[in-house]
Write a protein that binds this ligand. Structure first.
Ligand SMILES: NC(=O)c1ccc[n+]([C@@H]2O[C@H](COP(=O)([O-])OP(=O)(O)OC[C@H]3O[C@@H](n4cnc5c(N)ncnc54)[C@H](O)[C@@H]3O)[C@@H](O)[C@H]2O)c1
Length: 282
């Protein structure tokens, strides 16, 4: 059990499937949680789930992460109310279901994607986490051991045909995570990616997909590597990605790391650039 007492977690997409699981897990670990989402009904529902139990440590706020002013305002208010920011979880995302519900069985090609759909999905899935990181970074620099946890997706999905703009927006987010891990290391801020590893049991995967929901990755699985990353065991862990669907609570941390951990992105492909004078500046 990780003790998060006194620490503030800023979480996006808090009203969704993973968001609810993250909110519960971090509140149970003693953290103060600023739960952000674009849906006021979803947030009202989330708040009522925790009414009377951890209510004083939960702040809900309607935020469109594609809008930088929304993000900076929400981060400022959370930091003022709870005293700083210790963890940022960039979890909000727009799936292909926002284009068409039955997209899993009838894939969506370029003819159905309008420039508005493209811009909105990239705005939420790529610009959104950048906005939140930009808005939070000075707060994270002020404390010891800041954490950023980013939720991207499986490489299969990133490369899949007829899965645009979702796939490319998430691969952009994946490479941003690698770059931010390198950039923020000097500030003592860790940046890691957590993904389910396959379709998960959340509203993003509709019943139209035809999956047996018992075979989907449970939303709660995302919280296991995420919470561990926030423990002292995660102090020096940065630049990694974890497949939550392979995390096993019955195994040790070392075993779980061996089964689920890899570097963010595709670093081996970047090892040997053709570069004037030898190597680029790190
Ligand atoms: N469910 C899966 O199979 C799966 C697989 C891989 C990755 N993911 C990623 O996990 C994350 C969480 O997804 P989920 O499965 O819980 O889906 P979900 O649809 O249940 O939750 C996503 C949440 O993000 C919120 N959101 C959307 N646009 C927003 C915006 N502009 N500003 C703020 N909040 C916004 C939604 O309102 C929703 O509550 C997403 O980034 C998703 O891409 C999901």
């Amino acid at each position: 059990m990780v003790d998060m007492t006194g620490r503030t977690v800023i979480l996006t997409g808090a009203a969704g499937g993973f968001g609810r699981a993250f909110t519960r897990a971090y509140l149970e670990a003693g953290a103060k949680v600023a739960a952000l989402d674009v849906t006021s009904e979803g947030l009202a529902d989330l708040a009522s789930e925790h009414r009377g139990v951890n209510e004083e440590r939960l702040l809900t706020e309607v935020v469109d992460i594609a809008n930088f002013e929304d993000c900076s305002g929400a981060v400022e208010r959370a930091a003022r109310r709870f005293g700083g920011v210790h963890v940022l979880i960039n979890n909000a995302g727009l799936g292909m279901g926002s284009v068409r519900e039955n997209h899993h069985v009838d894939l969506i090609g370029i003819d159905e994607i309008t420039p508005e759909i493209w811009n909105r999905m990239v705005g939420v899935n790529l610009t959104g986490p950048w906005n939140m990181t930009k808005a939070s970074i000075d707060y994270l620099r002020r404390i010891d051991g800041g954490r950023i946890i980013n939720v991207t997706t499986s490489f299969f999905t990133m490369l899949r045909g007829k899965f645009h703009p979702y796939g490319p927006s998430k691969s952009g987010f994946e490479s941003m995570s690698a770059g931010h891990a390198a950039e923020f290391a000097a500030d003592g801020i860790t940046v890691n990616v957590v993904v389910p590893g396959g379709p998960a049991d959340t509203p993003m995967v509709s019943d139209d997909a035809g999956f047996d929901r018992r075979e989907l990755v449970p939303a709660q699985a995302m919280t296991w590597p995420a919470l561990w990353l926030c423990s002292s065991g995660g102090d020096a862990v940065t630049g990694n990605r974890y497949i939550a669907g392979r995390w096993d609570l019955a195994s040790s941390i070392e075993e779980n790391r061996a089964h689920t951990e890899a570097p963010i992105g595709w670093p081996d492909l970047a090892e040997d650039p053709v570069w004037p004078g030898g190597r680029p500046v790190e």
